[in-house]
Structures are given as structure tokens and as C-alpha cells.
Design a protein around this ligand. Structure first.
Ligand code: 4NP
Length: 160
């Protein structure tokens, strides 16, 4: 099972989702069954690490963000990944536009579809925000990543 987290720049929200989800995967010893990566719909920050403010806030919460920004590669990503998890509606729109086929659009979903505690319909872009906006991103992602992991674990059960 392979999951690709996608935001605009791949330096704030999706690298944080990847770091949080990776920690959960490792904690549950599921690294052989579930893999994840992240990418951006835009290539402005290609080759850069996560944004320093995002790294700092995530580190305080126990997450190491070590991914390097890259743009979504439609031809390979839509085939290689089982689930493409967007952070907001614009990401969904952009992903639908670049999807190689109608059928592959079915792999696109939104991070907040998996939320349990919070009732946000997207993960707000923190790029021009302050510390509390970055903290909110972590709160929302922790909640949604737990829901996502639960849904994948249900799918991985042998009875299915
Ligand atoms: P992200 O945040 O999509 O969560 O990585 C952003 C990062 C960079 C920009 C916008 C959003 N930017 O305009 O450069």
C-alpha cells in the first residue's frame, strides 16, 4: 500500500503529513506493508528541504521532517501510488487536471476525509502564518493520519 501526500509547495503540509504518518507506520511496525512519500503540485521549491518553521514546530512535537521537495510526476505517481492524499480543494483540482486518466482520478482523496476529532474541510496553508498556524497543521494532520492509518489497517486485514 503506497500513499502520496500532496500540497502546493511540498515544503509545509505534505512533508509534515509524511513525517507524522511515517512515525505512525514505524510505531505499528507496518513499514513492509505501508509506504509513503510527498510531493507538490507546484515546483517552486524543488530540491529544498521542508520549510524551517515547519521543521521546528514538527520537531517540538516529536517528528523529523527529512523529505526534499519535488513536483508531482503524473505519469509515474498516479500508477505507483494507491492513494493520493491532497491537503485542500485546490490541490484536488490540480491533481484531477494532471491525472493521466479518468480511472486514475479515483485515487485522489482529501486528508480531512480521514479526520475524526476536527471538523475542518482542508488543511490550511500555514506558509504566510505564524507559529499557531503551524501548530494547527500538526494537530489536524495527527488526527487525520490516525484515521488514514486505521482505514488502511482495516483494508490490510486478511479477512478482506
Ligand atoms: P505547502 O505551503 O503547500 O504546505 O508546502 C506552501 C509553500 C510554499 C508556497 C505556498 C504554500 N509558496 O507560495 O511558495
Amino acid at each position: 500500500m503506497k500513499v502520496l501526500f500532496v500540497c502546493l509547495g511540498n515544503i509545509c503540509r505534505s512533508p509534515a503529513a509524511e513525517g507524522i504518518f511515517q512515525k505512525m507506520i514505524t510505531h505499528h511496525r507496518l513499514q513492509h506493508q505501508i509506504q509513503c512519500d510527498s510531493a507538490g503540485t507546484a515546483g517552486y521549491h524543488e530540491g529544498e528541504g521542508a520549510y524551517p518553521k515547519m521543521i521546528q514546530v514538527a520537531a517540538r512535537r516529536g517528528y523529523r521532517l527529512d523529505s526534499i521537495s519535488r513536483k508531482v510526476r503524473p505519469a509515474s505517481d498516479f500508477v505507483a501510488f494507491d492513494l493520493i492524499v491532497a491537503m485542500d480543494d485546490q490541490n484536488v483540482k490540480d491533481l484531477r487536471r494532471i491525472a493521466p486518466s479518468e480511472e486514475l482520478k479515483a485515487k485522489i482523496c482529501k486528508m480531512t476525509d480521514f479526520s475524526a476529532k476536527f471538523h475542518y474541510d482542508h488543511i490550511p496553508d500555514p506558509y504566510y502564518g505564524d507559529t499557531k498556524d503551524y501548530e494547527l497543521v500538526i494537530d489536524l494532520l495527527e488526527d487525520a493520519c490516525e484515521g488514514l492509518l486505521q482505514s488502511l489497517m482495516d483494508e490490510l486485514k486478511p479477512s478482506n
